[in-house]
Design a protein around this ligand. Structure first.
Ligand code: G3H
Length: 333
């Protein structure tokens, strides 16, 4: 069975023009899903036990991780000024002198994007423009984090974020539909979000901590990809359980299966609770081993994180100077 990806279609066409075959495909494919929990847990444990790179190789991998970060602030007390600081940090994520010591000062090291609430998109666009930066602005949308607002409101939120200048939209799925097995209805909703995004990239957040089972995670991944997601993302960062390695194995295997069936590469974004440089290295290892080198670049891999960068910069400081930085030495971290 082939299930062409929606992004291969004219995005200006209404999503509901999608041939009925795809809708039937959702039902068929999703109904056949089985996940071997023990195998998933074993594989996740194996990856976490892998030896990680050291010295200059570690520094290089950490810089790669930096370029894949969606530098995020999603707080009730976000203001134009803290969004402005976030943007400056995204443009220069590692201190210039540290990059110079590694001969990386002229390589354009930035984070992949900044990620904010819809109401702060205009602030981020303004700050980046003022700094002459073309970094993308990602916006969460669709009633983030719970997704419990009317569909009309969720769609309007996407459209408004795009109008304000977001070129990436992180939508949340409707967990009620997943938990009650209404996969076709979820597919239809995501197709509508896809259409509302227009040319903006769409990352679909599964909120895995609220999906109950690995099987639901796999099914939701599949439905999100069939409905045209450019990325699938683990979590909002607001659930009790966020990005975990076992769940990531399930999601990246779904990405792999989808690629094998359709030839279409969908990106992966673990997000929520990722705080340490070591974790970033494990995530990169997982991507390399499970999906290969193509998924080590920002167009197919993102790390959604609000405080990971601080630890990465600290480890890079240690690599360059042989000492750990005092708080005031990395003030923007
Ligand atoms: O999408 C990104 C997440 O909300 C970030 O979560 P975090 O604050 O736990 O890093």
């Amino acid at each position: 069975m082939t299930t062409p990806h929606l992004s291969n279609f004219d995005k200006n066409k209404p999503a509901l023009d999608v041939p009925k075959l795809y809708t039937r495909g959702v039902k068929l494919w999703v109904s056949k899903v089985r996940v071997n929990t023990q195998a998933v847990l074993k594989r996740a444990q194996h990856i976490q036990g892998r030896k990680l790179a050291k010295k200059q190789w570690q520094a290089a991998w950490l810089l790669k991780a930096v370029t894949c970060i969606d530098l995020t602030t999603l707080a009730g007390d976000d203001t134009p000024s803290n969004v402005h600081r976030l943007c400056l940090k995204a443009i220069q994520p590692v201190r210039y002198d540290l990059l110079k010591s590694m001969d990386m000062h002229d390589k354009g090291v930035t984070t992949a994007a900044v990620c904010v609430y819809p109401s702060r998109v205009a602030d981020a666009v303004k700050s980046l423009k003022a700094a002459n930066s073309s970094l993308p602005v990602a916006s969460v949308a669709t009633g983030f984090p719970a997704g419990q607002t009317p569909l009309k409101t969720r769609l309007e939120e996407v459209r408004m974020a795009v109008v304000d200048g977001a070129t990436e939209i992180d939508i949340v799925i409707n967990r009620t539909l997943a938990l009650t097995g209404q996969w076709e209805a979820m597919y239809d909703e995501i197709c509508q979000f896809r259409e509302a995004c227009g040319d903006a990239h769409m990352k679909t957040i599964l909120a895995i901590g609220e999906l109950g089972t690995f099987t639901n995670v796999y099914k939701a991944s599949l439905v999100a990809m069939m409905a045209g997601s450019d990325f699938i993302k683990t979590s909002t960062g607001k659930e009790a359980v966020n990005a975990t390695y076992p769940v990531a194995i399930v999601m990246v295997r779904a990405i792999r299966d989808y690629f094998l069936c359709t030839g279409h590469k969908v990106g992966f974004k673990p997000a929520g609770g990722i705080r340490t440089a070591k974790e970033a290295l494990v995530w990169l290892t997982l991507m390399k081993e499970e999906l290969g080198d193509d998924w080590l670049h920002p167009h197919l891999f993102r790390l959604g994180a609000s405080s990971l960068l601080a630890d990465i910069e600290r480890q890079i400081y240690h690599y360059v100077t042989g000492q750990y930085a005092a708080f005031h030495e990395l003030p923007m971290a």
